[in-house]
Write a protein that binds this ligand. Structure first.
Ligand code: M6R
Length: 369
């Protein structure tokens, strides 16, 4: 049932290109327009939206953080992201014109369900992104966009995360299109890039042997830090979460720009720092900022593990270990940069003798608050 893989997690990582393709399937018209036919909100409802809240837990929350960058960039309406367990205990300002997007792989996470009910009580429209047909969260939502990732058995979320990202991109593009903020040809150009990601991901997955060797090397580290900017920031948080969850190691993700406001003092001789470098094509300034952050940590003794786009020659000089990913537009880059971090966590956990698919103290779906 593991299809020849040692762990479900490795099988699910390998299934990611197909999971992305399946989530895109049937959602695009011949003219490149996005059809979200499972979304039971009228175009007018969506045109009336003046604020978006994204609410989720754990890895699904990280997908929401990425979505914020895409939605604000494409749709030009304010978008807030919040942990479900926090959202429900404060007084968020919501009304009929607020769209609350809840993201949950299982559709049964209690914190997210309670946040959803809290939003509905205040008349907000609720749209669920979910991987499990007929589960509680989509049943209680006004509309649902299913990710077609297929069953995810390993406790660690992998293909669910990438398909959640795809669903968020589709919703962002759809909103931009029906609100007239993006022209059909602009949307079609992004969609074409999205459709290329499964192939890019297959290429990436074929070249991960180095990461396996690196994992064996890092298995005794006392901490691993992750830094990124923009959409690379949630990727850094996700890389750290995977490592904590699976390897039972201390790990932390930071916005690279925050280093000098405190965390840089954690860096000691040999501290591994995983650095997610933005594409030089999209926002060269941001890429250069991350490169100077890499130089800063390296000057203080860090061992740098750099994830950068193929062809970004300049980074090699600052990388103790370089992992390259296929070129991808900035907003879509987490579909690539997350994957080496999943493999790293999985392989470190295995090298430490942990149960990769069933880490201690955790359940696949968290149905208690
Ligand atoms: O089923 P959900 O997406 O609602 O689950 C949310 C989190 O519990 C989940 O993403 C968790 O953080 C993962 N096990 C992390 O890999």
């Amino acid at each position: 049932e593991k299809g020849g893989y040692e762990y479900f997690m490795l099988k699910e990582i390998a299934e990611q290109p197909q999971a992305i393709a399946d989530t895109l399937l049937g959602r695009l018209s011949d003219r490149g327009e996005i059809i979200l036919d499972e979304v039971r909100l009228t175009d007018q409802d969506l045109r009336d939206v003046d604020k978006v809240f994204i609410v989720a837990c754990g890895t699904s929350y990280h997908a929401g953080m990425v979505a914020k960058y895409a939605i604000e960039h494409w749709v030009r309406i304010p978008c807030e992201v919040e942990l479900a367990s926090e959202f429900r205990y404060r007084d968020p300002i919501l009304d009929r014109s607020t769209l609350v997007i809840v993201i949950s792989q299982s559709g049964e996470t209690m914190d997210t369900l309670m946040a959803l009910r809290h939003a509905k009580e205040q008349k907000a429209r609720v749209l669920a992104i979910c991987n499990t047909n007929g589960s509680t969260i989509p049943r209680e939502s006004d509309a649902v966009l299913y990710t077609h990732g297929g069953p995810e058995i390993a406790v660690a979320s992998t293909k669910a995360f990438l398909t959640q990202l795809v669903a968020c991109y589709l919703i962002g593009l759809h909103l931009a299109q029906i609100r007239g903020v993006m022209y059909a040809d602009e949307v079609a150009a992004v969609v074409e890039k999205l459709q290329n990601t499964p192939d890019s991901l297959r290429t990436l997955l074929d070249g991960m042997e180095d990461v396996r060797a690196l994992a064996r090397d890092l298995r005794t580290a006392s901490t691993i830090l992750f830094i990124g900017r923009h959409v690379g920031f949630p990727v850094a948080l996700e890389g750290a979460l995977k490592l904590k969850e699976l390897a039972y190691m201390h790990a932390e993700g930071f916005a690279a720009g925050e280093l000098k406001h405190g965390p840089i003092s954690l860096i000691d001789d040999g501290t591994p720092v995983v650095c997610i470098v933005p594409s030089p094509a999209g926002r060269g300034v941001m890429r250069d900022k991350v490169v100077s952050n890499i130089q800063e940590v390296r000057a203080r003794g860090a061992r740098t593990i750099v994830i950068a786009e193929e062809g970004d020659e300049g980074v090699a000089a600052f990388a103790d270990h370089l992992i390259t990913v296929p070129p991808t537009p900035t907003l879509l880059a987490p579909l690539m940069t997350t994957v080496p971090l999943q493999i790293l966590a999985c392989e470190i956990a295995a090298a430490r003798g942990n149960d990769v698919d069933q880490p201690r103290n955790l359940a696949k779906s968290v149905t208690v608050e």
